[in-house]
Design a protein around this ligand. Structure first.
Ligand code: APR
Length: 311
């Protein structure tokens, strides 16, 4: 297993470290445009492997040629948010960065699976699909696991019950219009709606939608990276071990939920063949309306992005 992480910044370096700690790949290449940073961070991580008792080898480079024949590529390069910015404010810069990074990686790894992490996530995943021309099971985005993890953390904080027992699902775009589904949220099989009041659930849903912004406000110079990296690595693990976990991922819809040619967060089965199935839930009218608002927002941003890049 050879995995390339594009971007040696906060998210990329943390992804590489988690992948190596869990020995999910024999070789991990971290690529960045900055000189020295990917090499230095990779060597530092490499030197931590004897302590971690892992045989993963981590290399840093500016040269995509070394990433040749990667099995999985994780795209994290791009600008991160600063306070007051929405993910969409990154569109112009990141459409350019993501399309060029993916083009470079695809040249050397045409058979890889691509996990997109750069924001605005759904749109950057759409751009990556168009740049590579790959089918949807090979190019998809990380957002839902992160949003769900935030939601699960807040539910655990509010109830005092183990985070491990909180099961939840979030649909839609990765932004303020995301659609948490309290109806599909349980704690050890008990519906959340039996445990918390509607007001409390509403408060948690709102905090989840603004969860990324909450971290940006504290950090001031960048955005979250521990949870985003952990989420991307969970996707890799499900693929590498062919676990077939059902995880919320950003996938190109082809008729599911009534949408076509649009990347949205939906429950997907992840295995050795990437996205092996998209699971369609029976949404009620209120949930459908929330998903539509989210979809409309992503469509508008997609159109702006496609006008910015040359295919
Ligand atoms: N090619 C390769 N690397 C690049 C390029 C490029 N064209 N442009 C920028 N980078 C690198 C930067 O040099 C930097 O090392 O991308 C890295 C980004 O790292 P950070 O600034 O630390 O940002 P990070 O927190 O990792 O977020 C990256 O992930 O979650 C999303 O919204 C977030 O879009 C952002 C991305």
């Amino acid at each position: 297993m050879k995995i390339t992480v594009i971007g040696a910044g906060n998210v990329g370096a943390t992804c590489a470290q988690l992948l190596a700690n869990d020995e999910l790949a024999n070789e991990i290449y971290v690529v960045d445009i900055l000189e020295g940073i990917p090499e230095g961070k990779a060597l530092d991580m490499y030197e931590s492997m004897p302590i971690r008792e892992s045989d993963s080898k981590i290399f840093g480079t500016n040269n995509y040629e070394l990433t040749k024949d990667s099995d999985i590529v994780i795209q994290t390069a791009g600008l991160a948010r600063k306070p007051g910015m929405s993910r969409d404010d990154l569109l112009v810069a990141n459409a350019d960065i993501v399309s060029s990074c993916i083009r470079n990686a695809f040249k050397y790894s045409p058979n890889a699976y691509y996990i997109i992490v750069s924001n605005p996530l759904d749109v950057m995943t759409y751009v990556s699909l168009k740049v590579t021309g790959l089918p949807r099971h090979k190019v998809f985005g990380m957002a839902g696991i992160l949003d769900t993890a935030r939601y699960r953390s807040f539910i655990s904080m509010a109830t005092g019950y183990s985070m491990q027992d909180v099961q939840a699902l979030i649909l839609g775009g990765h932004g303020d219009t995301m659609v948490p589904l309290p109806r599909y949220t349980t704690i050890a099989g008990i519906p959340l709606t039996d445990i918390l009041s509607a007001d409390k659930i509403d408060e948690i849903v709102k905090r989840t939608a603004g969860g990324g912004g909450e971290i940006v406000k504290y950090l001031k110079t960048g955005s979250a990276y521990y949870a985003p990296a952990a989420a991307a690595v969970q996707m890799v693990e499900s693929m590498v071990k062919d676990q077939k976990r059902i995880l919320p991922c950003s996938v190109l819809l082809q008729g599911e939920y009534g949408y076509n040619d649009l990347v949205l967060g939906v429950p997907a089965v992840l295995g050795k063949n990437g996205v092996e199935q998209v699971i369609e839930l029976k949404l009620n009218d209120a949930e459908k309306a929330l998903l539509k608002t989210s979809a409309d927002h992503v469509v508008t941003t997609n159109n702006e992005a496609m006008a910015l890049i040359k295919l």
